[in-house]
Design a protein around this ligand. Sequence first.
Ligand code: ARG
Length: 456
Amino acid sequence: MAQLWGGRFTKQEDAEVNAFNASINFDKRMYREDIEGSIAHATMLGKCGIIPSEDSDKIVCELKKILAELNEGSLVIGDEYEDIHSFVEATLISRIGDAGKKVHTGRSRNDQVALDMKLYTRNVLDDTDRLIKELQIVLLDIIKNNTETYMPGFTHLQKAQPTTLAHYFSAYFDMFTRDRSRIADIRVRLNKCPLGSGALAGTTYPLDRVFVAKELGFDGPTTNSMDSVSDRDYLIETLSAFSTIMMHLSRFSEELILWNSNEYRFVEMDDAFSTGSSIMPQKKNPDIAELVRGKTGRVYGALMSILTTMKGIPLAYNKDMQEDKEMAFDAFDTTRNCLHLFTGMLATISFNKERMAESAMKGFTNATDAADYLVTKGVPFRDAHGIVGRLVLLCIDKGCSIEDLSLDELKALAPQFDEDVYSAVSLEVCVNRRLTIGAPGKEAMDKQIAEYEKMI
Ligand code: ARG
C-alpha cells in the first residue's frame, strides 16, 4: 500500500490490517473538496513565504490539472492508497517531485479531513435545500389549483372536519419550510474553517488561517485547535435535520399510499411511479412512496450510528472518527434521492376531486358546523354539541347525512333550526367560514399562498 508514514516502521505491512484501516473506498468521493482545500493551503503557504512561491505555484497548477483529470475520468483513484489525502499527495509528488513534498507543510490529515468533510457536508446542505425548494414549487402549484377542492380532514384516521386539498398540502409545505430553516441554521454554525489546526495543537508555521478560510468560502477560522479536529457536531445536526426531512416525507408517503388505495381512491399515482405484481395482474402498487417511507429508517440509523461513535471519544482526533463517513454518505444520498423521486411522484399524481368531495360529505364532517349554527341561534355550545350528537344518531339510524333531514325532523330536536341551516352545513360554507390564520377558508388560504409565493 502507498502510505505517507513509512519512516518510523520496521515491520512489513499486513494486508488485512491495511484493508481494515483504509478509507479510500469511501472517502474518494471527497476528492474535489480535498484538492480545493490543498489549493487554498498551498496558496497561503506561498503567500506567507512558508514555502517558495514558485513551489506554491507549481503545486496549485498541478492540483488543478489533477482535479480536471479526475473530473473527466482520465485519472482514476486506485485502491492501493490509504485514503484520498494520500492519493492526492502521492499523485502530486509523482508529477512535480520536491515541490509536491511541501504541500503538507503545517498541515495534518486531522485538520485536512475535518475540512474535507465540512466542505462536502456544506455542498450537500446547499443541494438538499435546492431539492426541498423544488418539492415546494410542485406543492405550491397543487395548493394554488386546489383551494376549492374539498376533502375530509382526519383525526385518529376518522373523518373529522372538512378541509381542502390546498390546506392539507400546505401542512406539508410548512414542514418543509422548517426543514429548510434548520438547514440554514446548521450551515451558519458549520461555516468555520478547521484547516490550520494541525494535528491538534496548531503549528509553529505562521499560517494565515483567515486567508484560507476566506478562500474556501468560510465565515472565518474555527477557534480551539483540539475541538476543530474532533468536532463532528455539524454532522450530527445534519443527520438529525435529514432524519426530520425523511420523517416528513415518510408521513406524506403514508398519506398518499392510503389515498391511492382502493378504499380511498383520492389519488392515482402515475404508472411511471408505480409497479406491478409478478402474480396478481390487477395490481398497481405505490412502491416508490413505500420505499421513501422505508428508507427513513436508514437515515435514522446513520444519526444513531454517529451519535454512538462520538460518545466517549477523548480529545482530540481518534480513528473512530473515520466511521463518520460511510453512514453519513449513505444518509446524504438517500435523503436527496428520496426528495428528488418524491417530487417527481407528486408532480405526476392525479387527484380524484369528486371522490374527495363525496367523502367529505359523508361521515358527518359538518357536525361541528351544525353545532356552531345552533350557537349563532343562541344555544350554548355544550347544549348544541348534545343536540347534534342526537341528530347524528338519528342520521345513522336512517342511513343519511345531516343535510338530508327535513326541517321538521331537525326542529323536533331543536326548534332553533331554520331553513338557513342547509347552507350553513354545506361543504363550501363549512370550509370557507374557517378564516382564522392557518385555516382552510379560501380567503385565509389565499393569504397564505401569497406568503408562499414570496418565500419561493
Ligand atoms: N481517513 C481518516 C479519517 O477519515 C483521515 C484522517 C487520518 N488521520 C490520522 N491521524 N490517521 O478520519
